[in-house]
Design a binder for this molecule. Structure first.
Ligand code: ZN
Length: 103
């Protein structure tokens, strides 16, 4: 997965197109991510006890990773993620716009 937790992304399509947010969870199995404040759905929670009211809660639901693009923390542009192998064989992500490393 090119996108990791705590990355900033911008939405490229869907109802939240253009919205930016922070990745709070990555779900590699299904190729989806959960982004703070993006793709909010309202869920209805049933009352647990009798006499208690049901609640409407807002939850960020997962989005396809292909609908989001990374925002580079260094140059602030939306960018594709590339890879670079360092001298110590460590593979790091790099921004394709400014070529700087993204942790
Ligand atoms: Zn950059």
């Amino acid at each position: 997965m090119k996108i990791k937790k705590d990355d900033k992304i911008i939405m490229l399509s869907g109802k939240d197109k253009g919205k930016k947010g922070k990745v709070v969870k990555v779900i590699p199995k299904i190729g989806k991510i959960i982004v703070e404040g993006v793709n909010i759905v309202k869920k209805h929670r049933r009352p647990k006890k009798q006499g208690e009211k049901g609640q409407r809660i807002e939850v960020a639901s997962p989005i396809n990773i292909s609908n989001a693009m990374m925002i580079c923390p260094k140059c602030g542009k939306q960018t594709r993620v590339g890879y670079k192998v360092l001298e110590n064989k460590e593979k790091v992500r790099v921004c394709k716009k400014c070529n700087q490393e993204m942790k």
